[in-house]
Design a protein around this ligand. Structure first.
Ligand SMILES: [Zn+2]
Length: 309
């Protein structure tokens, strides 16, 4: 009787183990089948798992470029372009540095030289691309500043969005552009637009520009458009339930990058803090210690959630 029980228990246990092993082998074999892969993709797409931004990575970017002033045409601006080029290449992008010759004359000012725009492109992953979206920020600053908020903060966000979006699928081509020479009449963005073919320009559906977003003890950044009304760029940004309550304001800061795009008919917006006397930009007070990293994260996550498919 005892022997019989042992035998029966052993047989049942062996039977269960064999079933488990068979199921494991079956699942491994089927992993390569399209049915299981499709199922996996559907699950991934439906649950919309989005990797959000990392504050430390963005602060590292700010620390790495705020070592020098980056005034238009300066060695600091050129060196910073190289630093950012290597960083974005390390995320898997091919880059283009567009040289920007400039001659600026106004009243008693005369400035000539060469700046540069840094461009990295993420091609659309669907067969029928819906067009191009630009995510941009200027990386230059005034001579007497290291431009931590204006605009290393915007650069840090563009770099972080590029890092996180590189692996995701997207119906749009996304161009990450860091413009030089914004502080001198938006030299970099004006030159970039002047070099576009008609077709390329028509294909650009939106410009999301980030400029001065992260000063401590100042208001949270909001969205500005030239008209104060929504456009395709604002629709894109609100393309997620978390972003629906974003505040939209009117601002027409002539000579800002988003205004340059708007003027040539490309739907454009700027994410920034309100420009008032309490905003510490364009001077020595714009240093790293005034940066609030939670504001960097707020803006980066806003763009990442809107653009993740
Ligand atoms: Zn700025």
């Amino acid at each position: 009787m005892y022997n019989k029980m042992i035998k029966r228990t052993f047989n049942r246990k062996t039977y269960i183990i064999l079933i488990v092993i068979s199921l494991l082998i079956f699942s491994q074999v089927c992993e390569g089948c399209s049915f299981f892969n499709n199922k996996e993709k559907l699950t991934a797409s439906n649950s919309k798992k989005i990797t959000l931004s990392d504050e430390k990575t963005m602060m590292d970017t700010i620390n790495s470029i705020c070592t020098v002033s980056r005034a238009i045409g300066s060695s600091g601006e050129k060196k910073t372009c190289e630093v950012l080029k290597k960083q974005i290449q390390s995320y898997g992008y091919e880059t283009q540095v567009q040289m920007v010759p400039y001659e600026y004359r106004e009243q008693d000012q005369e400035k000539t030289g060469e700046s540069q725009n840094l461009i990295a492109i993420k091609k659309g992953t669907s067969k029928h691309s819906k067009g191009t979206i630009i995510v941009s920020a200027h990386y230059d600053c005034e001579e007497n500043s290291i431009g931590a908020n204006d605009n290393a903060s915007g650069v840090a966000v563009v770099m972080e969005v590029a890092r996180l979006l590189n692996k995701s699928s997207n119906d749009y081509e996304v161009r990450f552009i860091l413009f030089g020479g914004e502080e001198l009449a938006s030299t970099g963005s004006r030159y970039y637009i002047s070099q576009l073919s008609d077709n390329d320009r028509k294909n650009i559906k939106a410009n999301i520009n980030i400029d001065s977003i992260a000063q401590k003890d100042h208001v949270n950044p909001c969205i500005f458009t030239v008209s104060g009304k929504g456009n395709f760029a604002t629709t894109l940004l609100k393309n997620n339930s978390k972003n629906k309550d974003i505040i939209l304001k009117k601002m027409n800061r002539e000579r800002s990058d988003y205004v340059v795009f708007d003027k040539c008919g490309i739907p454009s917006l700027c994410i920034g803090q309100s420009y008032d006397e309490n905003l510490n930009i364009n001077g020595p007070q714009d240093k790293i210690s005034i940066i609030d990293k939670t504001k960097l994260k707020l803006v980066a996550d806003m763009i990442i959630t809107a653009m993740s498919k």
